[in-house]
Design a protein around this ligand. Structure first.
Ligand code: 13P
Ligand code: SF4
Length: 303
């Protein structure tokens, strides 16, 4: 029996659903029940009624959010080491330090944070709704973490003052993109449009035709007439883009733009996860309760 067939059989036997982020390996995307960006996956996990188990093929904070939003279900992360380094950059102590400095300011946290950090914020956001979330707040100045680039992007878009916490938070994968590499590609493909994730630097965002979350990029690519698209986000998204748009050409703006953490998940680990029901992601209820409030607030203002 092929490994993919074994996974599908086990999935059926154990009444599991497989959710995969847009950066997952092609073979994982192809076997999953749903592939999406972080807001879409959280929503799917929250609304999942049928399945008894959610296998979340992504990184730690996404699986944690699923466990927080759907505490009735067993949530599995196939690789224990699949941790987002950006999420590790904002500790509870750091949030508390900033709250002491600015006790009246709301704290908005990107979902790329650990549950323990989310428990100390007023509302969460993703790259798909950060502008909407900030605009919904009755405050002109906001504490925002941990991605400094997303903070700068939102500040420019909303005109509000966004204080990044920590001052230096970043995604190592998205920092790899450089405008010089895009300029070279543009000389080869002058009609190409450029899509950039907001975790990229301001220099990258300034040369973009479109800035958005991974699934927003999929929508833009589908609806845009351009035949060639230069993509500045993790390479996994190109599988979905190519699958959805067979007539179009997609070029990664930097050929080694890989998130090593996302790529720790493999078909073998997915199989082992289902078979041995590992690794179970749990969040202690006192933390989950506060983090859930911040996530639910986000869902209230975003569709
Ligand atoms: P999206 O929500 O755009 O999929 O982004 C998640 C992420 O981790 C980007 O690096
Ligand atoms: Fe984290 Fe960056 Fe990987 Fe996204 S691409 S999971 S932000 S390290």
């Amino acid at each position: 029996m092929k490994l993919t067939d074994k996974i599908l059989q086990l999935k059926k036997d154990k009444k599991a659903v497989i959710l995969a982020h847009n950066y997952q390996r092609p073979e994982i995307q192809d076997i999953s029940d749903y592939v999406g960006d972080s807001i879409e996956l959280s929503r799917k996990a929250m609304n999942e009624k049928e399945a008894e188990m959610i296998v979340f093929s992504a990184v730690d904070f996404m699986a944690e959010s699923a466990a927080i939003l759907n505490p009735e279900k067993k949530v599995l992360l196939p690789s224990l080491g699949a941790r987002c380094p950006m999420a590790q950059m904002l500790t509870v102590d750091e949030i508390k330090r900033w709250k002491v400095l600015h006790p009246l300011l709301p704290v908005v946290l990107y979902v790329n944070t650990l549950a323990s950090a989310k428990a100390y914020c007023d509302i969460c956001c993703t790259s798909a709704n950060a502008i909407e979330v900030i605009e919904s707040l009755n405050a002109e100045t906001v504490l925002f973490g941990p991605d400094r680039n997303l903070a700068e992007y939102v500040q420019k878009k909303t005109g509000k003052t966004i204080i990044p916490i920590p001052e230096w938070g970043f995604c190592p994968t998205h920092l790899l993109f450089q405008p010089e590499d895009v300029q070279i590609l543009k000389t080869q493909y002058p009609d190409a449009v450029v899509m950039v994730h907001p975790e990229c630097t301001i220099e990258m965002r300034n040369i973009a035709d479109f800035v958005g979350s991974t699934s927003q990029m999929c929508r833009y690519a589908r609806e845009n007439n351009a035949k060639t698209v230069i993509v500045a986000t993790e390479e996994g998204l190109l599988h979905r883009l190519r699958k959805d748009n067979p007539g179009k050409r997609f070029i990664l703006a930097y050929e080694d733009a890989v998130c090593p953490n996302m790529k720790l998940n493999t078909l073998e680990k997915l199989y082992a996860a289902l078979k041995e029901e590992k690794y179970v992601v749990t969040v202690p209820e006192p933390i989950a309760k506060k983090a859930r409030k911040a996530l639910e607030k986000m869902f209230e203002i975003t569709n």
